[in-house]
Design a protein around this ligand. Structure first.
Ligand SMILES: CC(C)(COP(=O)(O)OP(=O)(O)OC[C@H]1O[C@@H](n2cnc3c(N)ncnc32)[C@H](O)[C@@H]1OP(=O)(O)O)[C@@H](O)C(=O)NCCC(=O)NCCS
Length: 255
């Protein structure tokens, strides 16, 4: 499992990737952007806004979504896709053996817990890339990661598992986004930016080259990040400054 990658961690990344759900990873060779799916039917967990966008991405790429899973769906069918179960499905070996799952939950801690639950029960996570996203050469995307419409990920970027590169995001060359990172709509990450696990960059933020954003840090919408940000803080403004220290995570992964 990739917990954290730094500039000197390339070798570890390579060996971890070799063990880690490799068949479901998309390795771009400079091809045009594409929607990638597992050979199994894909199920999206969560039929709120985030999950519906993911189902729409898959549909745009010509992939039928087999169904949504949700504990509290608004109805039996959402956007024409049937709701075929709830959270319980994620621990059913038979169900997991027949489907690939994407966790369609925007909230980072919950998305991580659910994704690890799927993997822990032997399931697999699919990757979804909108057909109008642009993926450069030598880019790798981890299992369960979603790249939305209009996103551009340039050459040499390494994106971990169950990350989200949201609508219209630019991720320039050689960035490293670790597992669970969420780059919100309209952000600009310059080259060689590192986001540690579960960092969340708010809508429309800009990050200058080479900056490192710490694990679980939250960058406020519209911020301009010009220096490294420590883990477990909220940083806001232009230039971004730490506004709040977040409580440490408990052993269960909750704050
Ligand atoms: C940064 C953020 C997480 C803070 O949320 P919060 O902890 O609930 O903070 P509050 O709203 O209580 O605000 C705390 C302080 O930060 C300031 N603040 C909050 N967000 C800010 C922002 N984006 N830029 C500048 N200042 C901000 C508030 O004005 C307030 O300042 P004060 O204490 O001087 O009055 C939130 O405002 C934000 O920007 N989230 C981004 C969400 C997003 O883009 N999601 C995309 C999902 S796809």
């Amino acid at each position: 499992m990739i917990e954290c990658l730094g500039k000197s961690d390339t070798a570890r990344w390579r060996s971890d990737r070799a063990k880690d759900n490799m068949p479901l990873e998309l390795r771009s060779m400079g091809r045009r952007s594409m929607t990638f799916s597992a050979s199994r039917p894909i199920v999206v967990f969560g039929c709120g806004g985030h999950g519906r966008v993911i189902a729409d991405i898959l549909g745009s790429g010509g992939v039928d979504v087999a169904g949504f899973l949700d504990d509290n769906p608004p109805g039996p069918i959402v956007d024409g896709v049937p709701v075929i179960g709830d959270h319980g499905r994620l621990s059913e070996p038979e169900f997991l053996a027949q489907h690939a799952i994407i966790i369609g939950v925007g909230e980072t801690e919950l998305r991580r817990r659910l994704a690890l639950e799927v993997l822990g029960h032997g399931g697999i996570l699919a990757v979804a890339v909108h057909p109008r996203a642009t993926i450069g050469g030598q880019v790798s995307l981890g299992a369960g990661t979603v790249v939305m419409a209009g996103a551009v990920i340039n050459i040499g970027c390494r994106i971990g598992r169950f990350a989200v590169v949201n609508t219209g995001v630019n991720v320039d060359h050689d960035c490293i986004l670790n597992d669970g990172v969420h780059i919100s709509p309209g952000c600009h990450l310059a080259g060689a930016v590192i986001c540690d696990i579960d960092a969340c960059v708010g809508t429309g933020a800009a990050v200058i080259p080479g900056v490192r954003i710490g694990a679980r840090a939250i960058i406020g919408a519209g911020a301009t990040v010009i220096t490294d940000v420590p883990p477990d803080v909220i940083a806001v403004g232009c230039p971004a400054r730490v506004k709040k220290q977040l409580a440490p995570l408990s052993e269960s992964g909750r704050r």
